[in-house]
Design a protein around this ligand. Structure first.
Ligand code: MG
Length: 332
């Protein structure tokens, strides 16, 4: 590994994995951590526990702001383990000179999103640092949730599962990029930033056999599928044409040479469910505005273990690799 931390080491992809494995996992090694789930499952499967820091730039973007994101991010990681978010902590690092009015706006967004999750902030910390020590504001949230369905895990996916994506992909990455670069859009592209607990609870209440869930944040759908292929020791075969991508996101990808599968999402998740439950799972998801275009995108095989294959509409195949390089720093 190189001597100094690079921006690529925060990309949610290859370099990020290397940093985590070789520095943090090496030091902190334990069975819970090594499961590499969205949230740690603790207390004999009763509780889920997760943390996330938010550094997004700009702080306010179409479809959300750093406050909304800081609640969605942690609550969604809990929801992805089948847990109902309950108690959160909130730590902020604020740059001297930051406008109180903006801070209030951010906190108001947090409160609004907490309500949707049925969660509360029960502890926090505030640090103010001299100008230039941090860019405006960074937020960390940590959350505990009560697991409503046990056994959801990215380590148990098998050939009996099919893989679904909950909505059209890449909106968060594309809209942050557009906002940052001042790209004028004739359409109204917004981040998908949203809490996912309601969809997850509806799936649980419908008795869907959920094998795994993961929100496709940094590194996008491509990172999730690659992590799953490795963790469950399977091959995932994706039908490229089945992946839902909006015209706006597709346009930005064309313009900038991005692949939508690598773009970050903040309210989009990937599900592995038993084949026999696929139709019912899709019916449940289609009843939510956020997931009206949920669709099956992949199947599981043993063609190439721990690999993801992308099948083009023309019948050609290629490996879909873990995203690499400096994708978009400060996306979340
Ligand atoms: Mg996650």
């Amino acid at each position: 590994m190189q001597k100094n931390v690079s921006l690529a080491m925060g990309n949610g992809g290859l370099e990020n994995n290397e940093l985590i494995t070789k520095v943090f996992y090496k030091a902190f090694q334990n069975d819970i951590l090594e499961k590499s789930e969205d949230a740690a499952v603790i207390e004999n499967g009763k509780l889920a526990f997760s943390t996330d820091s938010f550094t997004v730039s700009p702080l306010f973007f179409p479809g959300g702001d750093i406050g909304k994101l800081s609640i969605c991010g942690t609550c969604n990681d809990l929801a992805m383990m089948g847990a109902k978010p309950k108690y959160l902590t909130c730590s902020v690092i604020i740059e001297e000179g930051f406008a109180i009015r903006e801070l209030e706006k951010i906190v108001h967004s947090m409160q609004k999103e907490l309500k949707k999750n049925g969660a509360i902030i029960v502890s926090g910390d505030t640090k103010v640092v001299p100008q230039g020590s941090v860019d405006k504001i960074f937020i960390n949230t940590t959350g505990i949730g009560i697991i409503e369905q046990k056994g959801i895990s990215s380590n148990n996916i098998s050939k009996e599962d099919v893989i679904i994506v909950s909505r059209d992909i890449g909106r968060h990455g594309a809209s942050i990029f557009a906002a940052r670069e001042g790209i004028e859009l004739t359409t109204t592209l917004e981040s998908d930033c949203a809490s996912l607990i309601q969809q997850v609870e509806a799936l649980i209440n419908a008795d869907i056999k959920i094998t795994a869930l993961r929100d496709a944040t940094r590194g996008g759908v491509s990172a999730v599928l690659n992590e799953w292929a490795k963790q469950s020791n399977i091959c995932i075969e994706v039908e490229e044409r089945s992946i839902p991508i909006s015209d706006e996101v597709y346009g930005i990808c064309e313009m900038l040479g991005f692949e939508a599968v690598n773009l970050a999402n903040e309210g989009t998740f990937v599900l592995a469910v038993k084949q026999e439950d696929m139709k019912r799972a899709l019916d449940v998801l289609h009843s939510f505005e956020n997931s009206v275009n949920a669709v099956e995108i992949a199947s599981v095989s043993d063609a190439y273990m721990q690999k993801v294959i992308l099948k083009s509409p023309h019948g050609t195949k290629r490996f879909l690799d873990v995203p690499t390089g400096e994708l978009l720093p400060r996306i979340c």
